[in-house]
Design a binder for this molecule. Structure first.
Ligand SMILES: Cc1cc2nc3c(=O)[nH]c(=O)nc-3n(C[C@H](O)[C@H](O)[C@H](O)COP(=O)(O)O)c2cc1C
Length: 515
């Protein structure tokens, strides 16, 4: 024995080699004796490479194989723009466009011969990136605490649980830096949402954080929390989201740690599934009653978030709102191209209309009823880029929601592992080691800079088109390629003009009522 040990110590290289060979021989016999994995059985030892390569495939494609415009949902050019903007680096591109401008659907923003002069721009709070909402949430319905968002770009619903605590903190602090509001997601208000930004509390079918001991929604629990936290500026009732409408939420058990279980009132380690429908209402009238109850009890503006499927619901909602002269203060429309922490593939790919189609249907339904302008319209679904946001604003959106783009700004590398708890960037995981690499203070600066840089480009585009505020964009400012050498205006293409907005001058929108 002593002789063997001495040999091992004297021959470390050969010892390791023998150990590795020994391991491979054992692996060989284990592989051929198992029947669970055909490839591993038929190609013992090397068959494992397939699983390893499949595992790191997205990263390999990202870094080596895919070209700049190829990857989905966000290609390298888009990600580069977000990363550079978030770091405050040069986000310009050299040599000219690499886009196929004649491709059907390609949008062109039409500049004016005489732009809005930069030197005439009024900077609210001396912040050249400030773009306040023209509309005030809750104004029409005379809520006690109306809310004018300081920023037309805001952070969309993503729960603590789906995201790590460091990611939620980074987004919350980043939102504060940029004056944006931060939507809690259906997981409810967590301690990581308390870093100072305005918060919109989302309530989904699980009523997390607003339920009693039996798991039922309780208005008093909600009211107490709203009273205790004056930075909660609005409540958003989630009917559905684009990536999994009609499905409810799924937080995989691996992500349900003791803290999340406590915040949500659920069991540790078990899949946390929100039901696919609400227990507090099951038709339009009851939905309006529920909205009004929350608004009366809290004094806050109350809105809904939904993806768009059947149009009958929206028609009925609009008619009922007109008849009763009450209802949601804001409506967030999520496109079918929207993101998620976890969703069945068919839902993500095929259920609910993409943003432009869904928004157009709902907006025009309300327009026919003459009630469009009483609502603050929010758009979501890959809108976190100036060109896409301009199109959404021209279609009638008042505010833009960004979710995955905000994740990218704090270091997400689009590994598409949100549903596994193995997010390598520490953004969408509860793994303590992985999230330790995400420094919330450093990354918050990036989230803030991304929103500010995004808004600066929006203002610049507005000025180029002769407007002072990006909300002044209309479907006449944009043309869309519809085939070989043919461009038509967005208005013609979508078949409607957005309701005129009553913009006066930037100074007039500089008042932000507090609670
Ligand atoms: C990780 C993750 C978690 C999400 N969680 C929620 C949620 O709790 N509630 C919700 O309404 N939407 C949720 N969404 C959808 C986003 O809020 C947003 O509507 C959608 O991703 C479209 O925006 P985007 O294209 O900018 O990502 C989530 C999205 C992601 C990526």
């Amino acid at each position: 024995m002593e002789a063997i040990l001495t040999w091992i110590l004297n021959q470390p290289f050969y010892s390791i080699l023998i150990l590795v060979l020994f391991y491979l021989v054992i692996l060989f016999f284990l592989d051929i004796s198992q029947t669970k994995h055909t490839i591993i059985h038929n190609f013992p030892v090397v068959g494992h490479l397939r699983y390893f390569l499949e595992m790191i495939g997205p990263e390999l494609r990202q870094y080596w194989v895919a070209n700049d415009k190829e990857e989905k949902p966000f290609d390298r050019t888009e990600r580069r723009w977000i990363y550079a903007t978030a770091k405050g680096q040069n986000s310009n591109f050299g040599f000219g466009t690499t886009e196929q401008q004649y491709e059907p659907g390609y949008p062109i923003i039409k500049h004016k011969a005489f732009p809005f002069p930069e030197h005439k721009a009024f900077h609210i709070n001396n912040d050249p990136s400030c773009i306040p909402s023209i509309k005030v949430m809750g104004e029409f319905n005379k809520r006690k605490f109306p809310f004018r968002p300081y920023s037309i770009v805001n952070i969309s619903a993503m729960s603590y649980g789906s995201l790590s605590k460091n990611a939620v903190m980074a987004l919350n602090k980043g939102a504060l830096q940029a004056g944006a509001f931060h939507n809690t997601g259906e997981g409810g208000l967590s301690p990581y949402h308390l870093n100072g930004s305005d918060v919109v509390w989302q309530i989904g079918t699980g009523y997390f954080g607003a339920r009693d001991a039996n798991g039922r929604f309780n208005i008093n629990v909600l009211k107490d929390k709203v009273e205790a936290h004056p930075f909660i500026r609005a409540i958003e009732i989630k009917l559905s989201q684009g990536a999994k409408p009609g499905k409810g939420g799924i937080l995989p058990g691996v992500k349900v740690n003791s803290e999340i279980a406590r915040i949500r009132h659920v069991e540790i380690g078990k899949d946390c599934i929100s039901p696919n429908s609400h227990s507090e209402f099951s038709n339009v009238k009851e939905l309006i009653d529920f909205i009004e109850l929350i608004a009366q009890e809290t004094g806050l503006p109350v809105g809904i978030k939904s993806a768009v499927g059947e149009i009958e619901f929206w028609d009925e909602l609009g008619k009922e709102m007109k008849k009763q002269n009450r209802g949601p203060d804001f409506i967030a429309i999520d496109g079918g191209e929207g993101g998620t922490g976890a969703a069945p593939l068919t839902y993500a790919d095929h259920v609910s209309l993409p943003f432009k189609i869904g928004f157009q249907r709902v907006y025009t339904t309300f327009q026919k009823l003459g009630i469009t302008n009483r609502i603050v319209w929010i758009g979501a679904g890959k809108l976190g880029f100036p060109d896409r946001a301009v199109v959404a604003l021209a279609m009638g959106c008042d505010l833009i929601y960004v979710a995955r783009e905000a994740m990218l700004s704090i270091g997400c590398i689009q590994a598409e592992k949100c549903h596994t708890d193995h997010c390598p960037a520490g953004v969408a995981t509860q793994n303590w080691w992985l999230q330790k690499g995400l420094n919330p203070t450093d990354k918050s600066v990036r989230a803030g800079k991304y929103i500010q840089g995004f808004r600066k480009e929006l203002i610049s585009l507005a000025h180029s088109c002769g407007h002072e505020h990006p909300a002044q964009f209309t479907g006449k400012d944009i043309e869309i390629s519809v085939g070989m050498n043919k461009f038509i205006t967005l208005e013609e293409q979508l078949g409607y003009s957005k309701e005129p907005i009553s913009f006066t001058k930037m100074e007039d929108y500089a008042k932000f009522p507090t609670r």
